[in-house]
Design a protein around this ligand. Structure first.
Ligand code: NDP
Length: 328
């Protein structure tokens, strides 16, 4: 495993990490979640990601149970959770001081942990003043309940505003952002955030590196019954399923088929190629993977071997398939 500094902090995260969206507490039971996390940990993954909203809190419970079951040393782990959608009440959502503090406490209780290493604002909250948000995350850090705070899917402008407020108040600014990044979704990481890597030392822990499995090639011959897109009562997955039927979806599937030929040339799987491509970007601190089977974790960790195979020529070949490089 390779470990990277998270932005300009002294914290090291495994460059591949494991998250529980859709899967843990939802698609699979606690035993599978535990098996996946065990395989990941044994292969050197130290960073595990969850959120208060994942499976209504069950994801945090199941991931926390795995941590306790295996008796891992807390200092060997980097655990993150994210706050924004904590329940149905008017104060159970958003980034008010009340929800940030109460949400953190509730997450820690479900995780059965004294602190998380990383705490994210899962989305921006334009209805709460930035000063309230920055002060609340600092309060949680001062209480020892989180070590670093960050954002998820905030615009460069919103991140800059948080830094400006933190600087003015002499408080801790957000360290890391959790954006979507994969071969089909590139603009934020490769263009919008570009100035922030230098000016703030922004770290990124990127999500959906396989575009929910699409880049593995598993959807090129229909929807496998044991895949997340087959989940019947999940509105997001229904949207993804429907998207595959659109013209844009068909173009993506064609690109996946072409990328498979490049993967074959490199003697790796399509998933490994897609993950290695994310890892090759040095502004990425950690690629948060997902897995509903331990074998997927094993396969995905082997993407590390593929990174050195991504020569300039191979990267050019990939661009010729993707045709979506953001203009600088
Ligand atoms: P991916 O795009 O990598 O999708 C993971 C899914 O793809 C797996 O659950 C599995 O689904 C399938 N898969 C994984 N490996 C393979 C393989 N080798 N071969 C075939 N299929 C494979 O990542 P996620 O979308 O899960 O995102 C990763 C993490 O990022 C989440 O768990 C979460 O922690 C975080 N996240 C954060 C968000 C945010 O707003 N901040 C939003 C979304 C995610 P299947 O069961 O179908 O096989």
């Amino acid at each position: 495993m390779e470990y990277r500094y998270l932005g300009n902090s002294g914290l090291m995260v495994s460059c591949l990490s494991l998250g529980g969206w859709v899967t843990y507490g939802g698609q699979v039971g606690p035993e599978i979640a535990q098996e996946c996390m065990k395989v990941a940990f044994d292969l050197g993954i130290n960073f595990f990601d969850t959120a208060e909203v994942y499976s209504g809190g069950q994801c945090e419970k199941d991931m926390g149970a795995a941590i306790r079951k295996f008796g891992w040393k807390r200092s060997d782990l980097v655990i993150s959770t994210k706050l924004f959608w904590g329940g149905k009440g008017p104060n159970d959502r958003g980034l008010s001081r009340k929800h940030i503090i109460e949400g953190t406490n509730a997450s820690l209780e479900r995780l059965q942990l004294d602190y998380v290493d990383l705490l994210y604002a899962h989305r921006p909250d334009p209805d709460t003043p930035m000063e309230e948000i920055v002060r609340a995350f600092n309060h949680v850090i001062d209480q020892g309940k989180a070590f670093y705070w960050g954002t998820s899917e905030w615009s460069a402008q919103q991140i800059t505003e948080a830094h400006t407020v933190a600087q003015r108040l002499n408080l801790i600014a957000p360290l890391m952002e959790q954006p979507q990044y994969n071969m089909f979704h590139r603009d934020r990481v490769e263009k919008e955030y570009m100035p922030l890597y230098k000016s703030f030392g922004l770290g990124t822990t990127i999500w959906s590196p396989l575009a929910s499995g699409l880049l593995s090639g598993k959807y090129n011959d229909g929807i496998p019954s044991d895949s997340r897109l087959a989940l019947k009562d999940n509105a997001v997955m229904k949207r993804y399923r429907d998207a595959l039927e659109t013209a844009d979806g068909r173009v993506k599937l064609e690109k996946v088929a072409k990328l498979h030929l490049i993967a074959e040339k490199l003697e790796c799987t399509s998933s490994q190629l897609a993950l290695a491509w994310c890892l090759k970007n040095t502004n990425v601190s950690s690629v948060i993977t997902g897995a509903s089977k331990p074998s997927q974790v094993e396969e995905n960790v082997k993407s590390l071997r593929v990174v050195p195979l991504l020569t300039e020529e191979i990267m050019r070949n990939i661009e010729e398939v993707l045709l979506n490089k953001p203009e600088q």
